[in-house]
Design a protein around this ligand. Sequence first.
Ligand SMILES: [Zn+2]
Length: 275
Amino acid sequence: MLSNTIKANKILLFVSVFGVFVWGCSKVPLTGRKQIRLVPESTLIQASSLSYQQVLDTANIIRSGPQADMVKRAGNRISAAVEKYMKAEGLEGRLTGFNWQFNLIEDNNVNAWCMSGGKVAFYTGIMPMCQDETGVAVVMGHEIAHAIAGHGNERLSQSLALRGLTAGLDFAMLLNQKPEAAREVVNLAMGVGGQVGMLAFSRKHESESDEMGLTFMAMAGYDPSEAPKFWDRMNKIGGQRPPVLLSTHPDPGTRQQDLKKLLPNAMKIYNQNKD
Ligand SMILES: [Zn+2]
């Protein structure tokens, strides 16, 4: 029995590793970093849609007013800029199945997230930190970058591969047979939540989203020089209980240095795209 299990695990591991070479290797748009994505994006988008609907069903959604309008406007402008960029780079295939949604949810947690397929949520708790629409655009660019980069898929693939699973196949099975369990897995991988136990993105993913987010907001005509100011405000409230959004984020000093390096190029893009 035991040896059979070991054998089965070895076969699964082989298939997993083999799968990496067949269809799991890709490059992150904009940064060009090589990454492993084992779960078909369509499967993740399907799971994300279910999960997002469930969040909306149980949340108090703010549907109108200046804050909800800012979230929708920043979301529409940045997603349009991202789509234009992806098309120009011949990467529109990575957006297959995307159906953007931008919702503001009544919740005191200082958080925002974007699931596979472009399902975005902002919590009211982060709005005072944003201050205005450009502040919203800083967060929007960063969160959309996580989805465009496929960080959730990458993280899910890593954890599934570690367990020797044939990621795509097993995840699709899980989704069919135990949708609740699949939903939990997706939420963890996408950084949805705001409570203890949530897996934060790695620093590598955070830095990459900072870089991509800065460019995306500039492409949409938002002033990227507001980004370092926003993260500065976030760090000030960090204190003893840092917001989830900051939990594994880069060291504040490092982040500011990195943003400073990226800013001249982002400003060039902004100057070409501002009204
Ligand atoms: Zn992040």
